[in-house]
Design a protein around this ligand. Structure first.
Ligand code: NAD
Length: 502
């Protein structure tokens, strides 16, 4: 293990001007936080700007020995952290949130430089991410137990909520800040130390959060961030019985693997996995609002969002008008480097995601769909996918069955309510859904019948700290955010006080 490397690489490319001007030079050191030490590692991994393919920094490569140190440190830190009053833990979480907001611009630049999203969206993510720390700071004080009317003479029945123990988080690259604070805020407020393994594509955001966590006063070992090979780092997290809870956000495929491995020692697992959201537009809906909703639900985070509308079903009477309006709005989107102020759509963070988008478009076109949007900008680089409108999509096309995770809007016509409910529910995914209708009775009916964990009726904007975020079916297990998010890191303990009769 080596400590505090200050000789980090000078960033190159369009991100360099922004990164070189960061006030917090330590945000670029690439050192991991293990047992209160900043570990630079012998070997380093490159961090790439997905817009240009250029290296912008390098970071420590932690391995199983650093993970062993981290697990032991977390275990040591656990008793003191769980004994702190919830209000004292909350005060530290609030400090951390304030520091995030104080450094909003610098964190946003890191996010855009390594993830690719437009800077305005990155700024929103910092505020969204800080919101989880503030929410859980307060929610920790409301981890109420229960008193149960007794079924036994002379006894008192209590249910206590207690921290589960050391937790681990494996987080994705599409929200490299908010997915960490959503998990860490809940775990820490519940009284659990947490070890975070971020996605290798976006380590700088996670390591900057660790700098601010330390500054906020989180004690040694309570919050640790290790970067490196996902499999090498995850293996001990899964097999070590000292890790009592694992929270994962990412693909369903990897979620399944983690769930299987965690079953070996019956670890508590919460999973936020893939989505394939249906977006239903009825012919009684306000069309302009539905088009604006579809734009937001499809193109936020350049389409790399598990809530993204992957199947836009439009009732036949308004289908052509909807396509025309959506096409006009898509034609106005500007693609480019996320640090350019005019950019609406950035690059895909991973080449594999861009390739999946292109394969979905090709498959749909080969089966009869029409591309109704200008395909400018593909020459910007291999990770760029022009915002695309696909009309006349049918259920036999890949895009109707698989999550695309990119800026491709697939629009399918439908005739009746019964038919579209069946089509919307014909998926193994069930994360989010959207319904646009001005018919109140229909809205109420559909709120019960769409199979998903989160449903927006006449809105595409519904996330935030107070809501239980999570999916049905193979979209996941458990919930994040809200009071339910806290419960993922707590155990119930039933206590029976007997022999109380005088
Ligand atoms: P991914 O599952 O490959 O990666 C997610 C995380 O898992 C990363 O930290 C990665 O390093 C790690 N990982 C990958 N393989 C691993 C392994 N074998 N063992 C242990 N860890 C491993 O996901 P991706 O393809 O990079 O991201 C896109 C997917 O994530 C999409 O399908 C999307 O829907 C999903 N996602 C879901 C949510 C949600 O809230 N439900 C949020 C973001 C992304």
């Amino acid at each position: 293990m080596a400590f505090q490397n200050t000789q980090h690489k000078r960033p190159v490319g369009p991100a360099s001007k922004h990164l070189q001007n960061l006030r917090r030079r330590d945000f670029l050191s690439g050192a991991a936080l293990v047992d209160g030490q900043w570990v630079s590692g012998g070997e380093r991994d490159r961090v790439i700007d997905p817009a240009t393919g250029q290296e912008i920094a390098d970071v420590a490569r932690c391995g199983s020995s650093e993970m062993e140190t981290a697990v032991a440190a977390a275990e040591r830190s656990s008793p003191a952290w769980r004994e702190l009053l919830p209000a004292s833990r909350g005060a530290i979480l609030r400090n951390w949130a304030s520091l995030m907001l104080e450094h909003e611009e610098e964190l946003a630049i890191l996010v855009t430089s390594e993830q690719g999203k437009p800077l305005a969206e990155a700024r929103q993510e910092i505020a969204y991410g800080a919101g989880f720390l503030e929410w859980f700071a307060a929610e920790g004080e409301r981890a109420y137990g229960e008193t149960i009317p007794s079924h036994k003479v002379g006894s008192l029945l209590h249910v206590r909520m207690q921290p589960i123990g050391v937790a681990a988080a494996i987080t994705p690259w599409n929200f490299p800040i908010a997915m960490i604070t959503r998990k860490a805020g809940a775990a820490l407020a519940a009284g659990c130390p947490i070890i975070v393994k971020p996605a290798p594509e976006t380590p700088l955001s996670a390591l900057a959060l660790a700098r601010l966590a330390e500054q906020a006063g989180l004690p040694r070992g309570v919050f640790q961030v290790l970067v490196g090979n996902p499999i090498e780092l995850s293996k001990p997290l899964l097999s070590d019985t000292r890790i009592r809870a694992l929270s994962f956000t990412g693909s369903t495929e990897v979620g399944r693997l983690l769930l299987k491995a965690a079953a070996e020692n019956v670890k508590k697992v919460s999973l936020e996995l893939g989505g394939h959201a249906p977006f239903l537009v009825f012919d009684d809906a306000g069309l302009e609002k539905a088009v604006s909703g579809a734009m937001a639900a499809k193109f936020a985070t350049s389409g790399q969002d598990c809530l993204a509308a992957n199947r836009i079903y439009v009732q036949r009477r308004v289908y052509d008008a909807f396509i025309e309006q959506l096409g006009a709005r898509i034609a106005q989107l500007r693609m480019g480097h996320g640090l350019e102020p005019t950019t609406d759509i950035g690059p895909m963070t991973k080449l594999s995601v861009a390739e999946k988008c292109r394969s979905h478009i090709d498959d749909a076109v080969n089966k009869g769909a029409r591309v109704l949007s200008p395909q400018h900008g593909a020459s910007l680089g291999p990770n760029f996918v022009p915002p695309t409108l696909l009309s006349d999509v049918t259920e036999d096309m890949l895009i109707a069955h698989e999550e695309t995770f990119g800026p491709v809007a697939a629009v399918l016509p439908f005739d009746s309510e019964e038919e579209v409910i069946a089509r919307a529910n014909a998926s193994e995914m069930g994360l989010a859904g959207y319904v646009y209708t001005d018919n109140l009775r229909r809205a109420l009916r559909l709120s019960g019948r769409i199979e998903c964990g989160m449903l927006g009726i006449n809105t595409a904007s519904f996330t935030g700290p107070p809501i239980p975020f999570g999916g049905w079916k193979q979209s996941g297990l458990g919930r994040e955010g809200s009071r339910h998010g806290l419960a993922e890191f707590m155990e119930l303990k039933y206590v029976c006080f007997g022999d109380l009769a005088a």
